[in-house]
Write a protein that binds this ligand. Structure first.
Ligand code: MEV
Length: 389
């Protein structure tokens, strides 16, 4: 039977977690560990997840994406979803963002995309979809948000191979992450898992790096804006990331709320968040200069501030201490409170052994991995609305 498989990498934050939620700059890298999502029409006429009936409430990321990309109301059939991967869940490595962007890519590839071919020209544009460049769509709305451009019936064609768009996958994943985190989610995880490589999120459009797009999100009455960029750091051949997992599950939403409550109670502590932003800016410069000693020092400073805002944990501190002698820089990565730490090192074997001896489980990755890939898809979509055929 026909199926579609898409995969996406996890991510590791080098600088700026938590502060990025408040618009400060941050850097994340895609890691070699991935999540893969396989979709095929369900044989039982019910939605299935890894062979069991899909519980929509317990899987808000998946159900949010189905709502936006798989028009059940228009007759799109239930699917069987198979998820596999080696990104540990709830550990700060972007497992939910990787799942979300891979699911978005698989759903989009499974239904193809309608495009408008302007009369007698090569020029095409989308007839439906979500993008930071299409102002008529609202990826963040709970409505399904499809839009079909009417009155173009004879000009509309279905595309399959090029239907997947990284910006669309990232914006939809950000919208479902934000919904799961009470509206407080930066686009860092979703953009890094979608685009791969090394991603810089900033409060300004940076000049010396590749700008991809901007994102805006209303949090309470505050409008947050982030500008997302790609960089290709040089001379990364002999530097590795060793990620140490404490095994303590620490849901991101809870950690983000903890920081939000601290700031509500003591607004003056915004200075600490701003300090993390300044540190991240130095880290970005060090990466652009390929000065990994400075990248490491900056990571250590970032960890001091993360401890100060209360998101480190005794388990993280033990692994960080164990990795320090063999590393260039060490800090927690992700939301903290448990989850993972990351060491930048030229001795991945020694660093990994030290972390394991201290009780952590390790993963080793280079700095940056490929973003979304479509690993298998049939020629035709699994389902398509025949509206314009
Ligand atoms: C979680 O990976 C990173 C946080 O900064 C939350 C976010 O950016 O949405 C803690």
């Amino acid at each position: 039977m026909d199926f579609v498989t898409a995969s996406a990498p996890g991510k590791c934050i080098l600088f700026g977690e938590h502060a990025v939620v408040y618009g400060c700059p941050a850097v994340a890298v895609a890691i070699e560990q991935r999540i893969s999502v396989k979709l095929q029409p369900s044989q039982t006429n019910t939605w299935l997840l890894n062979g069991n009936i899909l519980n929509l409430e317990k899987n808000p990321h998946i159900s949010g994406l189905i709502e936006k990309l798989w028009p059940v109301k228009e007759g799109a059939p239930p699917l069987s979803i198979q998820i596999e991967g080696n990104i540990p869940p709830a550990s700060g490595l972007g497992s939910s963002a990787a799942l979300s962007v891979a699911t978005a890519a698989a759903l989009r590839r499974a239904r193809g995309r309608w495009i408008i071919q302007a009369n007698n020209t090569e020029h095409t544009s989308w007839a439906e979809g979500f993008s930071s460049k299409i102002s008529q769509t609202d990826a963040y709305s709970s409505e399904d948000g499809f839009f079909f451009t009417e009155n173009h019936d004879n000009l509309i064609h279905l595309i399959d191979n090029t239907a997947v768009d990284l910006d669309e996958c990232a914006i939809l994943a950000h919208s479902v992450e934000a919904a799961a985190q009470n509206g407080r989610a930066s686009p860092m995880d979703s953009s890094t898992c979608a685009h791969g490589g090394v991603v810089i999120i900033s409060d300004v459009i940076e000049e010396s790096v590749d700008y991809i797009y901007s994102r805006e999100l209303k949090v309470n009455d505050d409008n947050r804006q982030w500008h997302i960029h790609h960089i290709n750091p040089n001379s990364t051949d002999d530097v590795y990331l060793v990620i140490g997992n404490t095994g303590v599950h620490a849901p991101t939403g809870k950690q983000v709320s903890k920081v939000a409550m601290m700031l509500e109670k003591e607004p003056s502590r915004m200075k600490e968040i701003e300090a993390i932003g300044k540190i991240a800016r130095r880290g970005i410069q060090a990466l652009l200069d390929s000065d990994y000693e400075m990248v490491g020092k900056t990571m250590i400073e970032n960890q001091i501030m993360l401890t100060q805002i209360g998101v480190s944990s005794p388990e993280l501190d033990v692994l960080i201490k164990a990795a320090t002698p063999t590393s260039i820089g060490v800090k927690l990565t992700g939301a903290g409170g448990g989850g993972c730490m990351v060491a930048l090192t030229r001795n991945p074997k020694l660093t990994s052994e030290a972390i394991e001896l201290a009780g952590g489980r390790t993963l080793i990755s280079k700095l940056g991995a490929q973003g979304i890939t479509i690993d298998y898809a049939p020629k035709n979509p699994l389902w398509s609305s025949h509206k314009f055929s």
